[in-house]
Design a protein around this ligand. Structure first.
Ligand code: 5AD
Ligand code: SF4
Length: 442
């Protein structure tokens, strides 16, 4: 008998990508093989995102295409499943908009997918399960499998910050941390399979409060210290964090833990205190800058990335200028910027919003131009420096070149041989191009 095939498409953030990997691993353990052709699939899974309207709409157009493929390929037995945050938010309503969907599951019930597939096959009735059964999910996932030298490990789920514009607390539930031992065991298993760089994942990793084996509670700084002790782990990243819980203990960790990358993603969202308050972020611009200042006191050349929302309801030109000023003050290495997207059910959805969309788009463009200029400047400043990089594999440039990634997420191409793949090496940056760097091994 040939194995059943799963086609999976991920639409969202890193958390969503992580969940997607877990879904595939789980189905592989249940006898499935992955395919990249919808027409060959027995099970199609769309793992969705609802953080902004655009991502949500993409899901429904993709669903329509899948229904057509199913029809054209005469695959009457093909099951279509929708998971992730759109599923969590819309639940049964997905079935009224797309009645050909068989399974709707949420981010916290993905471990139930094999069982739900069985139920649809037995009953020929659609199955919906979007509950938040605590952290049960992690107890039912497949063993962690390394896919190269980098891996993601989820340390906490959900979010309890309730920023006024954001759906995450509603789609993924409240913050809940995995016990510390579970996280450490997962990292150790991955390290034993050759993982050298681990990215600790969570909507708010620094809200981590994991139970320790002796019944105490570990904070994120403590977790980092333990992860750093694991043999084989050479580089630790995490994403994403929140300024409100960026404690001095976490800042001090940058002095103690060499394995922590010289890069942090710390979403600020706006440079105006008035807007930050309306967003319910829980900090001021001054407090944000104080974190950065204290981080730079320990790691002077640390690279800072951020997220920015432009056009939040009531954002004036003056507020926007304050955001541009903050960009100058901090010198972000990357800012992931978005136009505010109204999310039904969130408090901000009821705020008066009289800024025209064209003005918002213009602001986004100004912000992005500024961001690109700064990113180029930072790349230029890397010229001549020696960087410790993780080799990804042969470079797309060919000609005996290998590609590697720096702490601050830049690709460096250098002459080297393929046996270096998945190892850490030192390279000196010899040339800075618009999208890549050139280096030589030292
Ligand atoms: N509109 C625009 N951007 C949003 N984000 C979250 N919710 C919204 C929204 N309603 C952005 C924030 C967050 C990132 C993951 O997505 O900047 O940090
Ligand atoms: Fe959303 Fe705010 Fe939680 Fe981030 S911290 S997931 S923006 S509610």
């Amino acid at each position: 008998m040939t194995a059943k095939k799963i086609y999976l498409r991920s639409f969202g953030c890193q958390m969503n990508e992580y969940d997607s990997e877990k879904i595939v691993d789980l189905m592989v353990d249940n006898g499935y093989e992955r395919t990249d052709k919808v027409e060959d699939a027995d099970l199609v899974v769309l793992n969705t995102c609802s953080i902004r309207e655009k991502s949500q709409e993409k899901v429904f157009s993709e669903l329509g295409r899948i229904r057509d493929t199913k029809r054209e390929a005469h695959k009457d037995d093909m099951l279509i499943a929708v998971g992730g945050c759109v599923a969590s938010q819309e639940g049964k309503k997905i079935l009224s908009r797309a009645p050909y969907v068989d399974i709707v599951f949420g981010p916290q019930t993905l471990h139930r997918l094999p069982e739900m597939v069985g139920k649809v096959n037995d009953t020929h009735k659609p199955q919906v399960d979007i509950r938040f059964p605590e952290i049960e999910k992690f107890d039912h996932l497949a063993e962690p499998k390394a896919r190269g030298a980098t891996a993601f490990v989820s340390i906490m789920e959900g979010c309890s910050k309730y920023c006024s514009y954001c759906v995450v607390p509603y789609t993924r539930g409240e913050e809940i941390s995995r016990p510390m031992a579970d996280v450490l065991i997962e990292v150790a298993k991955l390290a034993a399979q050759g993982v050298k760089e681990v990215t600790l994942l969570g909507q708010n990793v620094n809200a981590y409060r994991g139970e320790t084996p002796d019944g105490d509670i570990a904070d994120f700084a403590m977790l980092l210290e333990y992860v750093a002790e694991i043999d084989g782990i050479e580089r630790i990243r995490y994403t994403t964090s929140h300024p409100k819980e960026f404690t001095q203990r976490l800042i001090d960790a940058y002095g103690k833990i060499d394995k922590l990358v010289n890069h942090v993603h710390l979403p600020v969202q706006s440079g105006s205190d008035r807007i930050l308050a309306a967003m319910k972020r829980g900090y001021t611009v001054l407090e944000y800058k104080s974190i950065i200042r204290r981080l730079k006191a320990i790691r002077p050349d640390i690279s800072i990335a951020t997220d920015i929302i432009v056009g939040f309801p009531g954002e004036t030109e003056e507020d926007f200028q304050a955001t541009l000023k903050l960009m100058d003050d901090v010198g972000f290495d990357a800012s992931f910027s978005f136009v505010y997207s109204r999310r039904p059910g969130t408090p901000a959805a009821y705020l008066k919003d009289d800024t025209p969309q064209e003005v918002k788009l213009k602001r986004l463009q100004i912000l992005q131009v500024k961001n690109d200029a700064k990113a180029t400047e930072i790349a230029q400043s890397m010229l001549g420096t020696v960087q410790r990089v993780l080799v990804i594999g042969p470079s797309r440039r060919g000609r005996g070149m290998m590609a590697a990634r720096t702490d601050n997420n830049r690709i460096v191409n250098f002459v080297g041989d393929e046996s270096l793949t998945d190892t850490m090496v030192n390279v000196r940056i010899t040339e800075v191009n618009p999208h890549t760097l050139l280096g030589e091994r030292v």
